[in-house]
Design a protein around this ligand. Structure first.
Ligand code: SAH
Length: 376
């Protein structure tokens, strides 16, 4: 019998983008026997990947050619694919990324005059079912890996040409072009994906790489109480809490996780357990919903609830979506609400709605792409 010879199969390349230094070191130990040399390789890779945005081993000129060839057969440095990109009139850029398993996630770049923020996702979909949030209507839910979280950041650096701008800084643009802040306010609940979010933050904060200071990274949570203290202590980043209501009966509906950890438990943990550092404040997000949570009494109650806790309140005009049961509060109502808070000496900016023409509210791009496919 004749045996058919098949050509050698290329081993499945492992993606190393978004792996931590420890994981990279383990991999490099297979190529360099001396531990010192292995850690030197990690430093080299780190710098190419996170300071220069290099995605091909061929360009890593300080690594000898033989080793580069070997690395190429085992590893890749790949980003999530941009499935859709929409740029708003105000410069807000929304990405829909397609992951290796075909899951879709959203990332939004929000440029301002003096800073630019990247809003990233921590999960595909979300389990929390907040009644005003579009992401909660999506069925499929899974945690993102640290690699997929970092992949969003790197893919946006690539797409916007930020690697070069990072070095030159000043440009002609009216917007601040490098990313100065990262917020976990995209799809998902970051504190329900704690370990992967923590690993991703450690990569973002690495001072030989992307070098974001802990003060420029914000985790936004609907209120996973035991994890808030942990994140603040272990990761050290800023905390934002999606409060949205001042009474349990309203919050139970808007943010159902309130039935597990109610307002009293949430706020007493923030006041007693979380040890804020110098000049640090907790940000409270409060979405303004017409006739639901926007009365003067709500504003006064909000001030009372936050007494004794260094905080700032972010009033968010509701970003409407088709099928939603809520309406945005009027501008007059939002201003009156803000004035009450400011009188109490709490900072309270009204978040300028960004990217409204491209449906930049949480989860909207992904859902619209699913609808588009369904109607083909
Ligand atoms: N799960 C986390 C982070 C994701 S949501 C959290 O709950 O904080 C990020 C922020 O966007 C939250 O404050 C959320 O309440 C808000 N948000 C979601 N949908 C919105 C909408 N349609 N309009 C305005 N804000 C919205």
């Amino acid at each position: 019998m004749q045996v058919k010879l098949t050509s050698p199969v290329k081993p499945q390349e492992k993606n190393i983008l978004g792996l931590g230094r420890d994981q990279l070191l383990l991999l490099m130990a297979d190529f360099e026997i001396q531990p010192k040399k292995a850690s030197m390789r990690v430093n080299q890779l780190w710098s190419w990947i996170y300071c220069h945005g290099i995605s091909s081993f061929d360009n890593m000129t300080n690594i000898d050619k033989n080793l580069r060839e070997k690395l190429k057969t085992f590893f890749k440095i790949s980003r999530p694919n941009i499935e859709k990109k929409e740029v708003s009139n105000d410069g807000t850029t929304k990405y829909l990324f397609c992951l290796e398993d075909q899951s879709k996630i959203e990332t939004v770049f929000i440029p301002e005059e003096t800073r630019s923020t990247l809003c990233i996702s921590s999960q595909v979909g979300c389990t929390l079912s907040c009644s005003f949030c579009h992401t909660g209507t999506q069925k499929l839910v899974r945690n993102l890996s640290s690699q997929e979280i970092i992949g969003q950041v790197i893919a946006v650096y690539d797409d916007l040409g930020l690697w070069k701008k990072m070095k030159t800084k000043g440009t002609q643009s009216p917007f601040f072009e490098v990313i100065t802040n990262i917020v976990f306010m995209g799809m998902g609940e970051p504190l329900l994906n704690y370990e992967q979010v923590k690993s991703a933050c450690n990569i973002l904060m690495d001072n030989k790489g992307l070098d974001f200071s802990r003060r420029r990274i914000t985790l936004s949570t609907a209120g996973i109480v035991p994890k808030i203290k942990m994140a603040h202590e272990e990761i050290g980043c800023m905390i934002a809490v999606s409060l949205h209501a001042t009474e349990d009966k309203t919050r139970d509906i808007l943010v159902p996780i309130n039935k597990k950890w109610n307002l009293k438990q949430l706020l007493s943990s923030l006041k007693d357990d979380v040890k804020l550092r110098n000049s640090e404040r907790v940000t409270f997000e409060y979405v303004m919903l017409d006739g639901v949570n926007d009365t003067n009494e709500d504003a006064h109650r909000l001030v009372r609830l936050l007494q004794g806790l260094p905080s700032k309140i972010n009033l968010i005009p509701f970003n409407s979506w088709t099928g939603s049961q809520y309406k945005r509060s009027s501008t007059d109502r939002i201003n009156a609400f803000r004035d009450i808070i400011i009188k109490s000496r709490l900072p309270s900016p009204i978040r300028k709605p960004r990217g409204e023409d491209i449906m930049a509210a949480c989860g909207q791009l992904r859902s619209s792409s699913i609808k588009e496919k369904a109607s083909i």
